[in-house]
Design a protein around this ligand. Structure first.
Ligand SMILES: Nc1ncnc2c1ncn2[C@@H]1O[C@H](COP(=O)(O)OP(=O)(O)OP(=O)(O)O)[C@@H](O)[C@H]1O
Length: 247
């Protein structure tokens, strides 16, 4: 198995708060791996450290064997490693198609040039992905008129526009109704199987993460608490304690 993402002894503090302490983990090519932990355990900080949102204090992050811990977000994105956010980041006053088109970082062109030019390949890919996430009939509607769950699907499609090799998803199902959750889960699995995209998924919904991830890492108080298969993790007394202790 080829290691796609390798995180070695990563630490990050904010003033007196140790958000990540000596975290090591890896994700193999083609895997879906879960990242869980109570609120404030350091999951989002770890994502930000991986994709270059802030410098890490110590440790190493490698993507496909290349050290990326000193690189900036756009450089890392160009290598094919992207993250999504807990809160959707779409422009409500633009159509779904326009949101899709501006999500592709184009050759230093301004947003207006990009919207006028509509590269054909991008438009075709946009249509395919709108179909893929089930939003084709809504593609010319303002993104702000979509339900929250549909906006999450749009955001997922926007990430796919960049043809990532690996996506870090931050609570993809948060705030979505159960019917749409199943639809989103199905899309995540298909993106993994059909497009070959490796996934690391932060998720508070245990049913979801236990269903899609083959391996799960659990953080608590900024440290790696446990790693294992869904059953192992579900029955690990340290994980149970961390969650019970957090409520
Ligand atoms: N920019 C920042 N400045 C100061 N403290 C921060 C910053 N970002 C995160 N922290 C702190 O680091 C710790 C870990 O936070 P983080 O957001 O990574 O946890 P999380 O596991 O993602 O939580 P949640 O599940 O609630 O999103 C928390 O104590 C948080 O307050």
């Amino acid at each position: 198995m080829t290691t796609m993402l390798n995180v070695e002894s990563v630490s990050k503090r904010f003033g007196g708060i140790i958000a990540n302490s000596d975290i090591s983990m890896h994700v193999n090519q083609g895997e879906i791996v879960g990242l869980i932990g109570p609120n404030g355990s350091g999951k989002t900080t770890l994502y930000n450290s991986i994709v270059g949102y802030h410098p890490i204090d110590s440790g190493s992050v490698q993507f496909e064997g290349q050290e990326i811990s000193k690189m900036l977000v756009p450089q890392i994105a160009r290598l094919g490693l992207l993250r999504t956010f807990q809160q959707t980041r779409i422009y409500g006053a633009m159509t779904c198609v326009e949101n899709m088109l501006i999500s592709v970082p184009h050759k230093e062109e301004g947003i207006f040039a990009l919207l006028q030019r509509h590269p054909k390949a991008d438009l075709e890919r946009c249509d395919e992905l709108m179909e893929f996430v089930g939003l084709y009939s809504k593609r010319h509607l303002m993104a702000g008129s979509l339900s929250f769950g549909q906006q999450k699907l749009l955001e997922f499609a926007m990430a796919l526009m960049n043809e990532p090799k690996m996506l870090l998803l931050d609570e993809p199902t948060a705030g979505i109704n159960p019917t749409l959750i199943n639809g989103l889960l199905d899309r995540l699995l298909r993106a993994n199987q059909e497009f070959g995209i490796t996934l690391l998924v932060i998720e508070h919904n245990m049913r979801v993460i236990m269903n899609i991830a083959k391996r799960i890492y659990c953080l608590a108080h900024g440290q790696l608490l446990a790693e294992g298969g869904p059953n192992e993790i579900q029955n690990d007394p340290r994980v149970i304690d961390a969650y019970l202790g957090a409520h």
